[in-house]
Design a protein around this ligand. Structure first.
Ligand code: UD1
Ligand code: MG
Length: 449
């Protein structure tokens, strides 16, 4: 059966108290819309329609960034979830397959659950995803009769008795396109909110003698994000799942609760991640790497056997070869560090290429920015950069060369050469003691007078 996915993302998200539309708020560095679209992708939908409204252009451009083929349907006025789904009618005209409706603000439905919903459609006309809520709060309540779902009552329309129900609506619904669109036509807005509720489909389907089926999933999957507090809870839930997943894939986390992943973090087996490590977007860590405590890593690629940290910062474009060693208070940005190179202490390496087995001493800086443009530093194989060398880019330091500690290197260094670029030292014999005596006498005079 071919499937179309309709993702509702037109709402303003008033309870977020934000200038940003709700669908563009992020969990683990991906927008809620991206999470929803990634979840739906498991079905390999024939068509995906994203319904946008509030700040629609921004939401549409995010949808197209994720998948260029997505169709955008505009809902000019947000008259309710049923009205939102009806916006997909035109783009899906002639489509006879199944529609899966997802809400952008409920983006963590697991792939397994989405597959269960698809399979449930083979035995029932309309499928709804529900969950047992610890605190049902403002969720819609599911009214069942035996195994049949009879209707959904929105929180604002519940009676006291219905409010006590803990079986709640996730918002996810699936049915054939012709059925869903014909049910939506029946829906009116005579309710407490004056909105066209998608949830009314269930009662109409029952009236028409259609079968309804309830799929139940874990509450964690259906967390609806309506406020900043919900967003924080979603982040926590996401991180718990990510930690679990990485450990199942063979990564050791020494204190899992202190490690934060991005939605796209990739880590190879037998890697070790110590306490308090944060992964930003696009981090790839190969097998058997060791990330020590308090590192911040984003947009970086760490190869097998590398040891990073503690307290290292890898920024976008950091490409680290095998067995590279990066120590404390080192920042690397847009730089390729070849196999076995070492940058162990207090250095900044940006816009650079560092050759294999090069050794960069403490406190070295590639001075890459002249205030207007960025320039490149090239460091050859097995070069030895003395502590506190400033490499003023553009500059090329040859292989097997050395720079003396404290050098400010402004000219290229040939292969095998030693660059000495600091003021020569002069020793004044006995001068230190003389100077101290003079200063002490001056102080005495001042204290007396
Ligand atoms: C909805 C459900 C409720 C369910 C809850 C789960 C309805 C009527 N109620 O309530 O039963 O328990 O989700 O989280 O469906 N949207 C539009 N256009 C509109 C209105 C909403 O695109 O005109 C989008 C919103 O952007 C959002 C989603 O639909 O992504 C749900 O809307 P929201 O207002 O958050 O509904 P809830 O009150 O949470
Ligand atoms: Mg909601």
């Amino acid at each position: 059966m071919s499937i179309a996915v309709v993702i509702l993302a037109a709402g303003k998200g008033t309870r977020m108290v934000s200038d940003l539309p709700k669908a563009l708020h992020k969990v683990a560095h991906a927008t809620l819309l991206e999470h929803a679209m990634r979840a739906a992708a498991i079905l390999e939908p024939e068509t995906t329609v994203v319904v946008v409204g509030h700040e629609g252009e921004k939401v549409a451009s995010e949808a197209h960034r994720i998948n260029q083929e997505v169709i955008i349907a505009e809902q000019k006025e947000q008259l309710g979830t049923a009205h939102a789904v009806s916006m997909a009618k035109d783009p899906l005209s002639g489509f006879k397959g199944d529609i899966l409706v997802l809400y952008a603000d409920t983006p963590f439905i697991s792939k397994a659950t989405i597959e269960t919903i698809r399979d449930a459609r083979t035995i029932s006309d309309l499928v709804v995803l529900g969950f047992e809520a610890k605190d049902p709060a403002r969720y819609g309540r599911l009214i069942t009769h035996g195994t049949q779902l009879e209707r959904i009552v929105e929180f604002k329309d519940t009676s006291e008795k219905e409010r006590a129900i803990t079986l709640c609506n996730s918002g996810v619904m699936a049915g054939s396109a012709p059925l869903l669109f014909s049910l939506i036509e029946e829906i009116d807005n005579t309710n407490a909110s004056g909105e066209y509720y998608l949830t009314d489909c269930v009662a109409y389907a029952r009236e028409m003698g259609k079968t309804t089926h309830l799929v139940i999933c874990d509450e964690k999957e259906t967390l609806g994000i309506n406020s900043r507090a919900d967003l924080a809870m979603a982040e926590t839930a996401f991180q718990e799942r990510a930690r679990q997943m990485h450990m199942e894939n063979g990564v050791s986390l020494l204190a899992p609760e202190t490690v934060y992943f991005s939605f796209d973090t990739v880590i190879g087996r037998d890697s070790i991640v110590e306490q308090h490590v944060i992964f930003g977007p696009e981090a790839i860590i190969e097998s058997a790497a060791h990330i020590k405590a308090f590192c911040h890593i984003e947009g970086a690629h760490v190869s097998e056997g590398a040891i990073i940290g503690p307290f290292a910062r890898l920024r976008p474009g950091a490409e680290l070869g095998e067995k590279v060693r990066v120590g404390n208070f080192v920042e690397i940005k847009n730089a390729v560090i070849a196999d076995g190179a070492k940058i162990n202490h207090l250095s900044y390496i940006g816009d650079a290429e560092v050759g294999a087995r090069a050794n960069i001493g403490a406190g070295c800086v590639t001075c890459n920015y002249d205030g207007v443009m960025k320039h490149k530093t090239m460091i050859g194989e097995a070069a030895f950069i003395g502590s506190n060398t400033m490499m003023v880019a553009p500059v090329n330091i040859g292989k097997d060369s050395m720079t003396a500690s404290g050098s400010v290197v402004t000219k290229n260094v040939p292969e095998g050469a030693l660059a000495l670029a600091r003021a020569p030292q002069e020793n004044k014999i006995g001068m230190a003691r003389k100077l101290i005596d003079i200063l002490k006498k001056r102080k005495q005079k001042k204290d007396l007078g």
